[in-house]
Design a protein around this ligand. Sequence first.
Ligand SMILES: O=C(O)CCC(=O)C(=O)O
Length: 312
Amino acid sequence: MYQNDEVSKEVRSAFREAEKRYQQHWQQSFRYRKGRRQGSKLLAVPTDLSDVRDSRSPAQNFTKSITADGRPFLTLPSHPGFILLPEALGKSKQRELAKLALTQYPEPPANTNHTRQFGKLTGLWDAAQKGGPSAQKLLQKLRWCTLGPQFNWTERVYDWHAPYRPLPMELRDLAISLCASVSGSLPETVAASDWDPDVALINYYRSGDTLGGHKDDVEQDQAAPIVALSLGCSAIFLLGGQTKEEQPIAIRLHGGDVVIMAGPARMCYHGVPRVLGDDASSSDANPEDAEYVAFAEHVRSTRINISIRKAG
Ligand SMILES: O=C(O)CCC(=O)C(=O)O
């Protein structure tokens, strides 16, 4: 995951072109008075999203099926092993997971992107809610956290020896049941029935954050499913082929959607070039639900993706 391919090769690849195409671009606009430049501001350049497939209006471009328990799911004949379950997570489940992902999950011994610089931080969410400016800044800059064995980003291996926060049971059970609900549609080579995940990687995205095209190829069984839960803002997800030269498909994922990648789809490049603004977030708290108001507010401008896998 997140392998840095040579930039020179990337520049002209179809995947890189698509990333550039969907990223938010900004243009400087100058203000003049009596022919003299007075100032300038940055304006968002509109992006043509007309060919982005949308999980909420999948009439064309996807094959629609029904899970064993009666929920719709979408597949792509071009990408066997890719399964999208729109709105698979109900609102209360989204609220519960967003709260956990912002409070418990990034707590030590889990590592986050801040661990290297600041050591093990505790109580970041609470400190930010109390108004601490440095805690607020660190919360804004929270980018990832790992549950289960720590991931060594330099060596690109899981480290089973350092202390870690084990994969929480609620994520393990949820991923297993989601996978079981579509197991009949997974490629035959995928042993979904005895799949027992042990790792989750959580990505936190603010507006402007992106995740570059990569393959998830460090886990032992690289055909085994990855179950990815989307919370909060919607985003453009690019699903490519086995090389970056293949033209990726752009899909708009919304909060509450679940993506499963298994078998051949595991070997496909994918990434997130764009987080889109408020989706009238499906994680909205009910106004009486005071416990969740702060989380709902936070995910109005944040996307959280929890991808659950089997590493060992
Ligand atoms: O955020 C997403 O939807 C994708 C995350 C991902 O590709 C990863 O964690 O490897």
